[in-house]
Write a protein that binds this ligand. Sequence first.
Ligand SMILES: [Fe+2]
Ligand SMILES: [Fe+2]
Length: 358
Amino acid sequence: MNTLNNSRRNFMKNVGALALGSTLPFSLVELAFAESDQNFTFAYISDAHLQHIKGTRFVRTWDRGLIRAVAETNLLTPKPDFVIFGGDLAQLGSKAELDHGTEILSALNTKVHHVMGEHDYYLDLGEYWEKLFGPQYYSFDHKGVHFIILNSIRTYDDWTFKRWPTSEQRMLEMAGLDNPNGSPFMVGEEQRKWLKSDLAKINKNTPVVVFSHSPLQKIYKGWNFWTEDAEQIQALLKPFKKVSVIYGHVHQIQYNQIGNISFNSVMATAWPWPYPQSYAQAEQYLPKLTVPMNRADPFFDRDATGWQFINLANGRVDLNYTLYNNANRIVRYNTKKKRPEDSAYQGEDARIPPQTHY
Ligand SMILES: [Fe+2]
Ligand SMILES: [Fe+2]
């Protein structure tokens, strides 16, 4: 509290000095709060993919991943200000799966904000999910930071509404990878319009953090590590000084910097995906900045899955990847280089050699 008061006092002193020469817009006063020492943390759990088998039976491994993430989140010190669940709570979007996920997450001792994943959405287009968790996109302010939640996994209306005889088939088609019947994810016009008006109310110096399920950048289309209107979203975020996009869906560590926007992925609690270069000859754009994590050991089913603890230091994200059996990783924003960096493995010579395959 003292530090905060001091920084406000210092800021007001500086404003006073500057004000001698010019008239300051009131909006600059907001900068004092955004730039203060009010660092805080939140936890992020994503991609649980809880899968219903029959009756009260669910795939046990996926259940265990989420249960453990919840238990460890409850033990965090300092306690996070809130928890984000990053989408794909369910595997095939059923009420049974979403109810089961709600029950497991209800053990959290902190407020939860939910992001929509494609596995939650394509059965009933989010109808039941909304009853449980609220709107599919919205924003909120917390300690001088503007947070935005987007549903980034929508697609073309023809594909969604006209192509499939049943909603079950629509769900299965979107759940498939490298599926010629699939369709690219997008935020879509309705939310872009909303986002534009939401951002119009925000001072350009206020840190902005966006939560989406798919990356708001283009990495690999076959697996929808891709958002079709990514450039349009990036253009809306461009005028802001500090922007972070945090996303799930990819089940692996990725980070990137495009202009003023930092990108960080979060891990899955269900299973890890391999990196693009290892699974396809098709065109892929894994960010050069990303140091791939060591690949999963198939003999440990929790390997290379996990959850994360995010420190939002003055509007810049430090992401602590907490991995069950793989090496934990920290990706910090380097203020001098103006990009995120792995705190231990960024240099070529520091990287973990790939596992030997026989
Ligand atoms: Fe997922
Ligand atoms: Fe997903």
